[in-house]
Design a protein around this ligand. Structure first.
Ligand code: AMP
Length: 232
């Protein structure tokens, strides 16, 4: 299974990704995590990304596309993956389409987590408070000013992907403001919809067709019996 989770910072992509990873036995590929690891390791990519990430802007498309292309070729991604935080721009989505089709792969679904922007500030504030309480180091970009920039970057550069994937017929939208379990259930319904029951109109026309067939059969039988009876 190959999925994309789309949503602004704080929409719950990480939480839902981790659940989907367990449920489907796939790997979570978070470009944010990969970039933070590159920054921590001081690699050339990390050096390029460090200041950009710290001020809440998006890293260059070519950098991110290259790390994703490399990552999805790793053996643990063979069974499938969930892309968390990628693509974030239309050129990244186009590059992903090319990358997948070159490997004979396709996306199984794109889940959009719809969240009210005002809720995001509270969620990130909670996330920061909880991390502080656990004595964990904070992310360089987890502060209100940078968060505003990241949400704006999502609105301008990433939100157009909703239409992009709707056009491809692979988009499912879910209310990301519902409790975690409800969001999870809604995502599962998008990925595995129940077989549709025939609608009222369809059921009626099926009955009419069945009746017509039976009338035809009965008439034909009657005709045969009449012919046999009269001996003609
Ligand atoms: P995240 O952990 O997904 O919130 O990402 C943290 C930061 O990493 C973002 O604010 C960007 O600076 C950078 N980043 C992560 N993914 C991408 C991407 N697909 N394209 C560009 N920049 C990214």
């Amino acid at each position: 299974m190959r999925l994309i989770l789309l949503g602004p910072p704080g929409a719950g992509k990480g939480t839902q990704s981790q659940r989907l990873v367990k449920k489907h036995g796939i790997v979570q590929l978070s470009t944010g995590e990969m970039l933070r690891a590159a920054v921590a390791a001081g690699t050339p990519i990390g050096q390029r990304a460090k200041d950009i990430m710290a001020c809440g802007e998006l890293c260059p498309d070519d950098v991110v596309v290259a790390i994703v292309a490399d990552r999805i070729d790793q053996p643990d991604a063979k069974r499938g993956f969930i892309l968390d935080g990628f693509p974030r721009t239309v050129p990244q989505a186009v590059a992903l389409d090319r990358m997948l089709s070159a490997k004979g792969m396709k996306l199984d679904g794109v889940i959009e987590l719809k969240v009210d922007a005002n809720i995001l500030y509270d969620r990130i504030a909670n996330r920061v408070a909880e991390a502080k309480a656990r004595g964990e180091a904070l992310r360089a970009d987890d502060n209100p000013d940078i968060l505003r920039k990241r949400i704006e970057a999502y609105r301008v550069q990433t939100a157009p992907l909703v239409d992009y994937y709707r056009g491809q017929g692979v988009l499912g939208s879910v209310n990301g403001m519902a409790p975690i379990a409800e969001v999870a259930a809604a995502i599962d319904r998008v990925l595995d919809p129940a077989p549709a029951k025939p609608s009222g109109k369809k059921a009626v026309s099926k009955t009419v067709v069945t009746c017509c067939i039976w009338l035809f059969v009965v008439n034909a039988l009657l005709g045969i019996i009449m012919i046999a009876w009269t001996g003609i």
